[in-house]
Design a protein around this ligand. Structure first.
Ligand code: ZN
Length: 300
């Protein structure tokens, strides 16, 4: 059994490969294009989308990219055309990439706005112990339940009041490694009303990790504290952090071999191997939520 390491998130090879450490420390100009925008070729995505149709029974995928008439026959819109998008961001290479770019841009702007208004931001990453024998469905259920447990009840309100936590943005990301299996994990940006000291940040991390791990254990899972991470987001890196959080629906692969689902699809196209993995993902991802955020604002 190959169990995932319990090193800090930023010490893990996949995190180092995507520049997790630099992401939070570098002073990048916010007007640069996102890494997502620079990385993917539209031609490759269109080719991959066509391949995806050939290995799927989902008819809505097959219609993605069709040009249809905008208006009824006999109306002014008759001569106008629009493109139909399937919007299956987990399963469709072009819609997944488009969604990643759109969301990263939108949330990058919002994060910059929060920083400019004097608030602080922190990036929380929550992982769980996993191995190649675990099904994606079980691990995904546990990650979702862990987050639900973290954000439930009067204890959650106390956390918000104590640490000046005003909002959150949570993104669920799935990667797979050939040795340690599926790894659904959580990235969440926390909006803090006031600058947090190192001591407050450590306390907050411990509190959030405890609540998340309690949720995992309720569903038969587990995690080590060293597998969780909370760090302040440096002003000027908000756009890069947003791109990082939303990369999960793009053909992403770290140097250690952790692959996003769309990258798995691309590798099947290239090698002909790995179809059962893709089928497990498509059977599990149906109607799963990638993005959630708090409603309203608790403090400011
Ligand atoms: Zn699509």
């Amino acid at each position: 059994m190959n169990t995932a390491t319990v090193r800090s998130v930023v010490e893990q090879p996949w995190a180092q490969n995507v520049g997790f450490e630099q992401l939070c420390a570098a002073d990048r100009p916010s007007h640069r294009p996102t890494t997502i925008g620079r990385r993917a070729s539209q031609g490759d995505l269109l080719t991959l989308r066509r391949f995806g149709w050939s290995v799927s029974d989902d008819t809505s995928l097959n219609g993605c990219g069709r040009r249809i008439r905008k208006g009824d026959v006999g109306t002014p819109g008759e001569i106008l055309k629009r493109t139909v998008m399937c919007r299956r961001k987990w399963l469709c290479p072009t819609c997944g990439h488009r969604e990643a770019v759109v969301q990263a841009s939108k949330w990058g702007r919002e994060l910059r706005h929060w920083s400019a208004g004097g608030g602080s931001l922190a990036l929380l990453t929550l992982t769980q112990t996993h191995c190649a024998d675990d099904t994606l469905s079980d691990l995904w259920d546990r990650a979702d339940h862990g987050w639900t447990r973290l954000t439930a009840g009067s204890g959650w309100k106390r956390v918000r009041d104590t640490y000046g936590l005003s909002r959150y943005l949570r993104v669920l990301e799935v990667v797979h490694h050939h040795l340690s299996g599926w790894n659904p994990h959580v990235h969440a940006v926390l909006y803090l009303s006031n600058p947090a000291t190192a001591s407050q940040l450590a306390d907050l991390k411990h509190t959030l990790a405890t609540r998340f791990i309690d949720g995992l254990q309720e569903r038969g899972g587990s995690a080590a504290f060293s597998g969780q991470d909370l760090r302040l987001i440096t002003a000027g890196t908000e756009g890069a952090v947003a791109s990082y959080c939303f990369k999960g629906t793009t053909p992403y692969c770290s140097r250690d071999g952790s692959r996003s689902p769309i990258k798995i699809l691309a590798d099947i196209d290239a090698t002909g191997e790995g179809l059962p993995l893709w089928q497990e993902f498509t059977g599990t991802a149906y109607r799963r939520t990638q993005l959630s955020r708090s409603h309203g604002e608790w403090t400011r």
